[in-house]
Design a protein around this ligand. Structure first.
Ligand SMILES: NC(=O)c1ccc[n+]([C@@H]2O[C@H](COP(=O)([O-])OP(=O)(O)OC[C@H]3O[C@@H](n4cnc5c(N)ncnc54)[C@H](O)[C@@H]3O)[C@@H](O)[C@H]2O)c1
Length: 443
């Protein structure tokens, strides 16, 4: 179909360079390799399974997403990675214990060939990875030699160019699926403009430039879209907005909306729609994977807490309904609890009130699998960001808010957190890109 927006065809290999080869990355890779062999179902992935309506009235049809816009074929994906552990993708998948060995073994050879490159790593931003009291530490530490932020960026650019050439890729996406970094606030002098950012890199301002920003900078300079899967500040700053627009590249973030927050962004709109009040929302989790280990540091958790809190704060607006949503007591906790590994358990207690202020309670107990929920989100994000690249969409990709806990916006804009509004935004963008009319979503 000839669309209004010209999208280049998905020709050639699509390189996906994962920053971090841990639980989520290895689960994404195993599932993708298994799906392309026809050995597993890509459940949860809209690009692989989703159907949606286009046209109205007599023109109405239900089509697969890939029949509306040109999505890259799974067979064309080539994975690469950086990590501070030397484990290849097979070893990492076994270590993380998300998947059973029998579900990993059929793609063992391909997984073994995915060996991480040396990471751009500063222990300050994820120090629990080196803390032996949590168990295994990286030996040797598979990281670039200490150097200036500017030089690290040049090394990463070289890695990207080499990977692209060696794998004969027509395009590459760089995807942060690495740890949640130590909390840093925005610093206008460093993050407020590209000139300030580059000056800070050259001056080696380590405090304001965590590794994730260096990967993002290198990716954009090399013509690659960048996806931020953790809650890190990273591309959520004017300097990166400027660079991505200057280079005509999409940036996406931040923090996958996989388990508890997905439920929140579905439940909160229900209360709002029915004009039910909320007095308190207590959310807690137990999690025993390496991500739980890193966020056990209070300042790494702070980055996560802000992201996990934002849907309730934005959907249940005090200003609009002060009698329903004033002073909501909203508490979010993650407790590191190794026996559960990646099988996170979350509890939500929601104190709501109705007619004549009579109180009620809702309890949600979600026994989920963190990486099993995150992997299809990753696959969709990387395939849609490739579509965005080929369609020439640059800067913040609001239409992909559906997949993230804290959708990025330009300064002064309102993020959309409601899961169903986000889904409508996603489908309307797909319609627009496919040459169909956007509509009110009354299917
Ligand atoms: N699983 C989910 O549902 C979910 C949801 C939202 C966000 N996330 C985020 O996704 C990220 C990955 O989660 P995970 O469970 O795979 O964690 P993980 O700890 O298993 O994997 C992260 C990997 O990143 C590596 N790493 C850390 N710093 C690095 C650097 N500077 N360069 C290269 N590699 C580096 C670590 O060594 C580790 O192997 C985390 O930030 C997590 O918060 C996960």
């Amino acid at each position: 179909m000839e669309g209004k927006v010209k999208i280049k065809p998905a020709e050639g290999k699509l390189g996906v360079m994962c920053v971090g080869l841990g639980g989520v990355a290895s689960t994404l890779i195993v599932g993708t390799l298994m799906a392309r062999k026809g050995l597993a179902n890509p459940i949860g992935s809209f690009t692989q399974m989703g159907k949606m309506r286009v046209g109205r009235g007599k023109e109405k049809r239900y089509l697969h997403v890939a029949d509306i816009i040109p999505i890259a074929d799974l067979n064309d994906i080539v994975f690469g990675a950086w990590d501070i552990f030397t484990d290849n993708a097979y070893e990492s998948a076994l270590y993380c214990q998300v998947l059973k060995k029998e579900d990993i073994e059929p793609v063992r050879e391909e997984l073994e060939s995915i060996k991480p490159m040396k990471a751009c790593y500063d222990p300050f931003f994820a120090d629990n990875l080196l803390n032996p009291s949590f168990g295994r530490i990286p030996e040797p530490l598979w990281a670039m030699e200490p150097d200036t932020r500017w030089n690290w960026a040049q090394n990463l650019r070289e890695d990207i160019r080499r990977f692209k050439k060696e794998n004969n890729c027509s395009r590459v996406i760089v995807f942060w699926i690495a740890s949640t970094e130590y909390y840093i606030p925005r610093n206008e002098a460093v993050h407020g403009s590209l000139a300030g950012f580059e000056a800070a890199m050259k001056a080696d301002d380590r405090k304001n430039l965590p590794p994730s920003m260096i990967y993002a900078y290198a990716a954009l300079q090399e013509g690659c879209p960048f996806i931020m899967g953790a809650p890190n500040l990273c591309v959520d700053i004017p300097a990166m907005f400027e660079l991505s627009q200057q280079k005509g590249l999409p940036i996406i973030g931040k923090d996958f909306k996989s388990g508890q927050t997905m439920m929140k962004s579905a439940l909160a709109p229900t209360f709002r729609t029915r004009l039910l009040g909320v007095e308190g929302w207590f959310s807690t989790n137990i999690l025993g994977n390496r991500d739980g280990q890193v966020t056990d540091n209070p300042m790494n958790f702070e980055t996560k807490r802000i992201s996990k809190s934002s849907p309730v704060e934005w959907i249940l607006e005090e200003e609009e309904y002060p009698e329903l949503y004033s002073d909501i007591y909203h508490k979010v906790k993650i407790n590191y609890y190794p026996p559960r590994k990646d099988n996170k358990e979350s509890w939500d207690n929601i104190d709501i009130f109705g007619w004549m202020n009579y109180p009620m309670q809702i309890k949600v107990n979600f026994l989920c699998r963190d990486s099993i929920l995150a992997a299809p989100i990753c696959l969709d994000l990387l395939l849609f960001s490739d579509v965005a690249l080929r369609a020439g969409l640059s800067g913040v990709q609001h239409w992909l808010s559906f997949y993230v806990k804290k959708p990025m916006t330009y300064d002064g804009e309102r993020p959309v957190h409601d899961l169903f509004q986000q889904f409508a935004m996603l489908k309307n963008k797909i319609r627009e890109l496919g040459g169909y009319e956007a509509d009110q979503e009354l299917d």
